[in-house]
Design a protein around this ligand. Structure first.
Ligand code: FES
Length: 210
């Protein structure tokens, strides 16, 4: 497993110098939750590199076999929270229906370029339909959104399920796409990742043939 600071395949994850500021407010945002019941989302220890190596950017391997459908796990990579959401068939279905409500349904904006290898189906933004992998940092000012919430659980989410940023009310669907008329203009960033086998995701490395 190599140190990904040397991985030229990794795409840029942020458009500017405010990465540190964005990351710094994540912890605050997590504490300042929306006050709405959401699914429990555990931070997990992954096997592999030490904390020091992970902080330096080494890839992180995650066994996703224990993530029940409809739930999410958060792991840390390069000091950022990476969400791994195990989507159900129903979650996948609604992603093809909410596009008119989205600001950038096909992820064309380039502030956080979406890797081509997750764009086979723009509604899913993932290598496999059942697993979404995104960086859980709001593209407005860097808070960490809460969720996933079911449709209509909280008024700002409207009829679609997804995530709610508690700082200024931006909402994102279950592919990390931002809804229209919200402070955030960009979809959530997708980190480089690939499947090592059916149950293991390596965060920090793009697919070999991407
Ligand atoms: S930081 Fe998320 S809406 Fe402002």
């Amino acid at each position: 497993m190599s140190n990904d600071t040397n991985n030229s395949a990794a795409p840029p994850l942020s458009p500017g110098p405010d990465v540190e500021r964005r990351t710094a407010v994540v912890a605050t945002a997590i504490v300042g939750g929306a006050g709405v019941a959401a699914l429990a989302v555990p931070y997990v220890a992954s096997w592999g590199p030490t904390d020091g190596a992970k902080a330096a950017g080494a890839p992180v391997d995650v066994d996703v076999s224990g993530i029940p459908p409809g739930t999410m796990r958060i792991v840390k990579w390069r000091g950022k929270p990476v969400w791994i959401l195990h989507r159900t068939p129903e979650m996948i279905r609604v992603l093809h229906e909410d596009t008119a409500a989205l600001a950038d349904p096909d992820s064309k904006r380039q502030n956080y370029p979406t890797p081509a290898y997750v764009m086979k189906d723009p509604a899913l933004r993932s290598i496999r339909p059942d697993f979404l992998v995104v960086i859980g940092i709001c593209t407005h000012l860097g808070c960490s959104p809460n969720g996933p919430f079911a449709a209509g659980v909280k008024a700002p989410l409207g009829p679609w399920p997804g995530f709610l940023c508690p700082c200024h009310g931006s909402t994102f669907d279950l592919a990390g796409r931002v809804f229209k008329n919200k402070p955030a203009a960009d979809n959530l960033a997708v980190p480089p990742y690939r499947f090592l086998d059916e149950h293991t995701i390596r965060i920090g490395e793009a697919p070999v043939h991407a």
